[in-house]
Ligand binder design. Structure first.
Ligand code: OAD
Length: 233
C-alpha cells in the first residue's frame, strides 16, 4: 500500500457522526433552507445578513464538535501511505484536527474569512469572530467587509488543478459520505476509473453515482471505515 497512490474524497456524511448535519438527508441543511437563499452570490447581494448569520452559525458549531473514528482512521492511514491526497467537500476543520493537515478543501473553509476587496483569506477564530454582525478585514487600508470563505453555487471549486492531477494518477480512489449530487466532485470517480484506479465507496445509503464504484460499503463511516482502511494497509 505504501507505494500506491491513494486519493480520498469526503463529503458531509463523514462529519455526521461528529454531530454536523449533512445537506440532503431527511434532517439536512437544505431541508430548512433553499440553496438559492443562503449559498449563492445572488443571496449574498440580496440578503447579506441572512447569509452571514447562516454561516456564522455553522462556524460556531465548529467549537462544539470533534473528529470521529472515520476522521481518525484516515489520519492513521495517511501515515502508512507515501502518496496520499485527502480532498474534502466539507467546510469544517475535522480532518485537520484529526491530523490530516494538508487536506484540500474544494468547497472552502469555515475557519477563514475572505476580504471582498482583495480576495485575501484570513483565519478568524477568536471569540469576537463568531458574532452575528459583519466583520472587516485586516488587509486593506480601509477595512473592507469579509465574506465567508465558502464556494457558493455558481462559483468555481478551489484547487481543481491539484485535485485533477492527483485523481488522474491515483491507483486507489475512496469516497466517504457523499450523495454524489454536486459536480465536479461527483464526477471525480469517473476520472479515477479512467485512470484505472480501484474505486471504493463508503456511504450510509447508495448515492446517485453508486454504480460507478468497484466496491460499495453501505453503513456509517465511523463504523466501517476503520476496518476497511486497516485491511488496505
Ligand atoms: P450530502 O448531504 O448531499 O450527502 C451526504 C451523504 O452522506 C448522504 O448520501 C448520506 O446517506 C451519507 N451519510 C449520512 N450519514 C453518514 C454516516 N454516518 N456515514 C456515512 N455516510 C453518511 O453531502 P455532500 O455529498 O457532501 O456544497 O454534499 C456535497 C455538497 O453539497 C456540499 O459540499 C455542499 C452541498 O451543497 C456547498 O455548499 C458548495
Amino acid at each position: 500500500m505504501a507505494q500506491q497512490r491513494v486519493v480520498v474524497l469526503t463529503g458531509a456524511g463523514i462529519s455526521a457522526e461528529s454531530g454536523l448535519r449533512t445537506f440532503r438527508d431527511g434532517d439536512g441543511l437544505w431541508e430548512e433552507h433553499r440553496i438559492e437563499d443562503v449559498a449563492t452570490p445572488q443571496a449574498w447581494i440580496a440578503d447579506p445578513v441572512l447569509v452571514w448569520r447562516f454561516y456564522q452559525a455553522r462556524r460556531r458549531q465548529l467549537l462544539e464538535v470533534k473528529p470521529n473514528a472515520a476522521h481518525q482512521a484516515l489520519a492513521t492511514f495517511a501515515t502508512k501511505t507515501d502518496h496520499f491526497t485527502l480532498i474534502t467537500q466539507n467546510v469544517d476543520d475535522l480532518h485537520e484536527r484529526a491530523g490530516n493537515e494538508s487536506t484540500i478543501h474544494m468547497h472552502g473553509r469555515l475557519k477563514t474569512l475572505r476580504c471582498e476587496q482583495s480576495g485575501r483569506s484570513e483565519v478568524r477564530m477568536e471569540e469576537a469572530d463568531f458574532c452575528d454582525e459583519f466583520l472587516y478585514c485586516q488587509c486593506c487600508a480601509v477595512p473592507q467587509r469579509l465574506r465567508h470563505d465558502i464556494v457558493w453555487f455558481g462559483e468555481m471549486p478551489m484547487q481543481m488543478e491539484a485535485i485533477h492531477s492527483a485523481v488522474e494518477k491515483s491507483d486507489l480512489f475512496i469516497v466517504v459520505g457523499s450523495s454524489g449530487h454536486v459536480y465536479p466532485a461527483a464526477g471525480l470517480v469517473n476520472v479515477a476509473n479512467a485512470a484505472g484506479a480501484t474505486t471504493i465507496l463508503v456511504n450510509l445509503e447508495a448515492p446517485m453515482n453508486a454504480e460507478n464504484f468497484d466496491e460499495v460499503h453501505l453503513g456509517k463511516a465511523g463504523e466501517l471505515l476503520p476496518n476497511i482502511l486497516e485491511a488496505l494497509s
